[in-house]
Design a protein around this ligand. Sequence first.
Ligand code: PEP
Ligand code: MN
Length: 265
Amino acid sequence: MAPQDAAAIGAITRDEAVTIIAGPCSVESLEQMREVGACLKELGIRVMRGGAYKPRSSPFSFQGLEEEGLKILRAVADEFGLLVVTEVTDSAHAEKVDEYADILQIGTRNMANFSLLKKIGQVTAESGKPVVFKRGMAATIEEWLQASNYITMFGNENVVLCERGIRTFETSTRFTLDITAVPVVKKLSLLPIIVDVSHPTGQADLVPAVSRAAVAVGADGIMVEVHPNPREALCDGPQSLDLEGLRNLVGEVRSVAVAVGTDLA
Ligand code: PEP
Ligand code: MN
């Protein structure tokens, strides 16, 4: 499938059905991604995630497979008929990522990197490719929504907001999920809003409860980190579900979606 088809498909829509985006924190190998891709296909999940360029807190941590990772994502997505979302960390990689991905992602550490936002707005202006735009971990909702205009101002209105937890004084979770952001954004904006259920918790056993909450509160989708073998993951293993965990999660969130009058996309 050509990358630019995602816009036409309406991968993540506002107030229609709940889209699940799943995949590892980072692309590690073709074998790893094929295991994930096969599982997603079996579960009816259409959008696969995976980082090729990783914005790590330490420069000594695994930085991603870069273009090799993009190639793996594209090959696996095409093999299993999936769409791919992956992060752009630097304006210098924008065209390259756009070549391979169906959906571009901007991470929390770059929410206020306005030159990167403008670059992504320009690169996707013609294709109208969706851009998953994460909230800065220390940004207000107002700042986040204003920053989204740096992308849309070039003509691509297909921005998907993603709440991923903010910094508070609480230390029992990695971040604090601002679940209220979902109804607040629905009041202030017409854009779809999804919830990253992995990064706020930092712990895989908390992911199902947070996912149910996200769907119940009206999120248009959830993004969840999964790995065939979380204990061996090169990045974010402790918060990653294994494939059995993902299978269970899909059943749980489907029940909640139906209970609140919607369904899984
Ligand atoms: C990610 O989704 O891979 C990621 C790095 O998330 P965040 O930008 O929210 O930390
Ligand atoms: Mn991660």
